[in-house]
Design a protein around this ligand. Structure first.
Ligand code: ADP
Ligand code: DP6
Ligand code: CO
Length: 327
C-alpha cells in the first residue's frame, strides 16, 4: 500500500527580529516572538510517499541518502498525528545552501510538514501546519507564510505558531545575500542558541530588548519607514551575535569576510545609499535595501566579491503543494 506522493515547496525566511533561544527544547517553544521576511530566491522542494513495504524512513537530500535522526523524529510526530505506523520515502532538494546560515532548516521543515501531512491523509490548516513545522525547526514555523511573518512564542504546543504580519508585501524591499561560504557551519543553530541560553549573562537583556525591537519594527513596517526597519534589524542581529561572544564557551559566526560586507554597508550608507545588514547562524550576510538601490549596492559588492556570490531576493510566497500523484 502506498500513499499519494506529494511534493511541497517552501521558501526560506530571514528574521529581522531573531529567534535565538528556547524555553522548551522538545516542543521548540521560543523565548521571544520573532519576525521575518520570506524570500523568493531560496527554497526547498520535498516529496513524501508513505509505503507499507518500507522498514524505515528513507531520506534523500540532493540525491544522497542519509540516516537523519531529526527527519525520523519529525516523521514520528506526523505518524502520531495521523495515527499511522507506515514509513515513508522522503526526497528533498535544497535550492539554498544547507546549514550555512541561510535558513535551510526553515524551508526544509516547512516543505516537509506540508508534504508529509498531506501524504499521511491530514489536511491541516495553516495554523496547525505552522505548529507542525515548528517541531522540526523553529524558524520553519514562519516559512508556512509568505511576506512578513511573526512567530508568536506562546507557552505550549498549542499556542506557539506563526501568523502573517503582511502576506502580500506591496513594498519594494529586497534582500541581497552575500554567500561568502556555502559550506556547513561548525555550530548548528540548535546547539548555538542552547549554549547561549544556558550561559550568557546577557540573556535576560536580550529577551527584554528584542521584545521592544519587535514592537518598534512592526510600527515601522506599517509606516514604510525603511530607515527605522533597517536600523532595528541590524541592531537586533548584532545583539544576537554579541550573545554568542558572551557565552561559555564563546563562539562566533562572524568571519573576516562578514566584516568586509558590514564595512561595505557602512560605506554605502555614508555615500547616501540606505541599506542595512543582518546575519544569522553562519558567516553569510544579508543586506536589506529598497529596489531602487539594489543595482548600486550589488555593483559595489561585485567589486569586492565574485558576482555569483551576490544573490538578490524579494519577498516570497508561503508553502504550497506543487505536485500530487495518486498511488
Ligand atoms: P540553517 O542555517 O541552514 O537553517 P541549521 O543550523 O538550522 O542551519 O541546520 C539545518 C538543519 O536542517 C540541519 O539539521 C540539516 O540537516 C537540516 N536540513 C537542511 N535541509 C534539509 C532538507 N531539505 N530536509 C531535511 N532536513 C534538512
Ligand atoms: C539565527 O530555526 O534553525 O536563524 O529551532 O533549533 O531548528 P532550531 O533552530 P533554527 O534557528 C534559527 C535561528 C536564526 C534566527 C531566526 O531565524 O529567527
Ligand atoms: Co536553521
Amino acid at each position: 500500500m502506498k500513499s499519494p506522493k506529494i511534493t511541497a515547496r517552501a521558501h526560506t525566511n530571514i528574521a529581522l527580529i531573531k529567534y535565538w533561544g528556547k524555553k522548551n527544547q522538545e516542543l521548540i517553544i521560543p523565548m521571544n516572538n520573532s519576525l521575518s521576511l520570506t524570500l523568493d530566491h531560496f527554497y526547498t522542494d520535498t516529496t513524501v510517499q508513505f509505503d507499507s513495504t518500507l522498514t524505515e524512513d528513507i531520506f534523500t537530500l540532493d540525491g544522497k541518502t542519509y540516516h537523519d535522526e531529526k527527519v525520523s523524529h519529525f516523521m514520528d510526530i506526523v505518524r502520531d498525528l495521523a495515527n499511522i505506523s507506515t514509513f515513508a520515502k522522503i526526497d528533498s532538494t535544497n535550492h539554498v545552501p544547507t546549514m550555512a546560515g541561510l535558513a535551510s532548516s526553515a524551508s526544509a521543515y516547512a516543505a516537509l510538514a506540508l508534504a508529509a501531512s498531506q501524504a499521511a491523509g491530514l489536511n491541516l490548516d495553516r495554523k496547525d501546519l505552522s505548529r507542525l513545522a515548528r517541531r522540526g525547526s523553529g524558524s520553519a514555523s514562519r516559512s508556512i507564510y509568505g511576506g512578513f511573518v511573526e512567530w508568536q512564542a506562546g507557552t505550549n504546543d498549542l499556542d506557539s505558531y506563526a501568523v502573517p504580519f503582511e502576506e502580500d508585501v506591496d513594498w519594494d524591499l529586497q534582500m541581497i545575500a552575500i554567500v561568502l561560504d556555502p559550506n556547513e557551519k561548525k555550530i548548528s543553530s540548535r546547539a548555538g542558541m542552547q549554549t547561549v541560553v544556558a550561559t550568557s549573562p546577557y540573556y535576560p537583556a536580550w529577551v527584554e530588548s528584542t521584545t521592544a525591537d519587535l514592537t518598534k519594527i512592526k510600527t515601522a513596517i506599517q509606516a514604510r519607514d525603511f530607515t527605522t526597519v533597517g536600523e532595528i534589524a541590524e541592531s537586533n542581529a548584532m545583539k544576537m551575535h554579541a550573545l554568542n561572544m558572551s557565552a561559555t564557551p564563546h563562539f562566533s559566526y562572524i568571519e573576516p569576510d562578514s566584516i568586509k560586507v558590514m564595512d561595505a554597508v557602512a560605506e554605502l550608507r555614508a555615500q547616501g545609499i540606505p541599506c542595512y545588514y543582518t546575519m544569522d547562524a553562519g558567516p553569510n550576510v544579508k543586506i536589506i535595501c529598497q529596489k531602487q538601490d539594489t543595482q548600486k549596492i550589488s555593483d559595489y559588492l561585485t567589486n569586492l566579491f565574485a558576482p555569483e556570490k551576490v544573490l538578490v531576493s524579494a519577498a516570497g510566497p508561503g508553502a504550497k503543494i506543487i505536485a500530487r500523484c495518486e498511488a
